[in-house]
Design a protein around this ligand. Structure first.
Ligand SMILES: [Zn+2]
Length: 219
């Protein structure tokens, strides 16, 4: 019994949690009906009758990141640098995620910088990588770190810099109702962590010139 519990625990920690206990579509739709009733409405009235089915299909899209393995994906798609040895910066990669505390949308942009050693990947691959991590229940800090770690482990560059800027609808539409607040998180690894000049080059490129003080979430 103990070993079963332990193996469940270790699976839960992996990048894409196992879905062995995944409920059926019918059970998921039933849960949506319960939430509609909890909100105070009647799931059997005409306008709501097809809603549980639609919500469940939307969930398949919003949380499609669980079935992808970003490391495997990047491993298959890198290319040789061909001698390129300057910083690569991709900015304004839009993402939509959901906070794991309220399941409310987190909408923002990710900026990626890395200094290649031998491997580079195409823009669309990195945008896809962001999507895989975004389309899960997330906290922004964790998502930022996961993107950085994945690029670091697969491409093995001289350094990786990730900055994410986003608004959290759990803050803007409920609770303290603060609009216009953007959360900025960052993770700097390798040369971006160790060399202020390289870090500054990246921050300038993404338009955060005066933001050298952006909290370095590196670790
Ligand atoms: Zn939240």
């Amino acid at each position: 019994m103990d070993s079963i519990v332990n193996s469940k625990r270790s699976r839960a920690k992996s990048a894409a949690p196992a879905q062995s206990a995944r409920p059926s579509r019918e059970q998921a739709e039933h849960a949506v009906r319960t939430l509609i009733r909890w909100a105070g409405d009647d799931p059997d009235r005409e306008g709501l009758r097809a809603t549980p089915g639609r919500v469940v299909r939307a969930y398949e899209e919003w949380f499609s990141g669980y079935k992808d393995h970003p490391r495997d994906y990047l491993k298959r798609t890198f290319e040789e640098t061909g001698g390129y040895d300057e910083v690569v910066v991709l900015r304004d990669i839009r993402f939509e995620s959901f906070c794991e505390h309220h399941m409310a949308p987190i909408i923002g942009r990710v900026h990626i910088g890395y200094l290649p050693r031998n491997r580079v990947v195409g823009i669309s691959k990195l945008a896809r990588l962001v999507d895989v991590y975004a389309r899960r229940l997330q906290i922004q800090e964790k998502m930022t770190a996961e993107i950085a770690t994945c690029i670091d482990e697969v491409l093995k560059p001289h350094g990786v810099a990730i900055v994410a800027e986003a608004t959290h609808q759990c803050m803007t539409t409920r609770g303290i109702h603060k609009t216009g607040v953007t959360m900025v998180t960052s993770r700097m690894l390798g040369v971006f962590r160790d060399h202020a000049e390289t870090r500054q080059e990246f921050l300038s490129a993404i338009g955060l010139r005066g933001a050298a003080q952006v909290a370095n979430g590196g670790g």
